[in-house]
Write a protein that binds this ligand. Structure first.
Ligand code: IPE
Ligand code: MG
Length: 219
């Protein structure tokens, strides 16, 4: 979800206004997913690198996450959305951590849409934490498998992504689902995230449906 800051700056507004508008977009995209046939949606909200931003912006984003969870929990639950988080949580404030655990528990039985929010997430950090876990568990190097590594990642309960969409015209991966996206298709949309509509998502999905995926094989 890239481009919130530029969206606001273009209008002469503070970056946080863009983040607020971006959060509203998440709500619309989440709403649209089930009818578009999307059962798993993962949104990148805050990276392990985003701490380098100003204190004002970081605290503002954390406030948006807390308010979003508080405001949307009931609606999401009523709509059958199961909410999960990936990323390293201990650096987040206690209140936010409690809200995250609360909505995860409350929506755990839902199956209509699986919404995962990546907060303080970085693919490299996730892999480092997975390696630490495996070593601590005494994993045997000779019998270690890709499946066991996948089980040590934050995404252990998620399928690999079929499609990764980055908005705002940037054509970088920026530490998102590095392990999991090995065979994902990528789409880079020029639209800034606050302007990204369900209609644009539908067009991208149509294009995706027409792609031939070979997973390294000749077909
Ligand atoms: C949103 O867009 C992504 C978040 C980190 C929340 P940006 O804040 O990266 O917006 P730009 O790239 O400055 O426009
Ligand atoms: Mg950006």
């Amino acid at each position: 979800m890239d481009g919130n800051g530029r969206w606001a700056s273009q209008r002469g507004w503070p970056r946080l206004v863009g983040h607020r508008r971006g959060a509203e977009r998440v709500r619309q995209i989440v709403n649209a997913c089930p009818d578009l046939g999307v059962r798993w949606l993962t949104v990148y909200a805050f990276s392990t690198e985003n701490w380098k931003r100003s204190t004002e912006e970081v605290l503002g984003l954390m406030g948006i996450f807390s308010r979003y969870i508080q405001r949307e929990a009931e609606k999401l639950n009523a709509e059958g959305v199961r909410v999960r988080f990936i990323g390293e949580r201990s650096r987040l404030d206690q209140k936010l951590q409690r809200l995250m655990a609360g909505i995860e528990a409350r929506t755990a039985a839902n199956t209509r849409l699986n919404l995962t929010v990546a907060i303080n997430y970085g693919g490299r950090d996730e892999m480092l934490r997975a390696m630490r876990r495996l070593i601590a568990e005494g994993a045997d190097p000779d019998t270690l498998t890709e499946a066991r590594i996948a089980q040590a990642l934050d995404t252990r309960d998620l399928p690999d992504p079929d499609l990764v969409i980055r908005t705002s015209g940037e054509t970088r991966v920026s530490n998102f689902l590095l392990w999991q996206a090995a065979y994902a298709e990528y789409e880079f949309a020029p639209t800034l995230w606050p302007d990204f509509t369900p209609e644009e998502l539908a067009r991208i999905l149509d294009r995706f449906a027409g792609r031939e995926r070979r997973y390294g094989a000749v077909m």
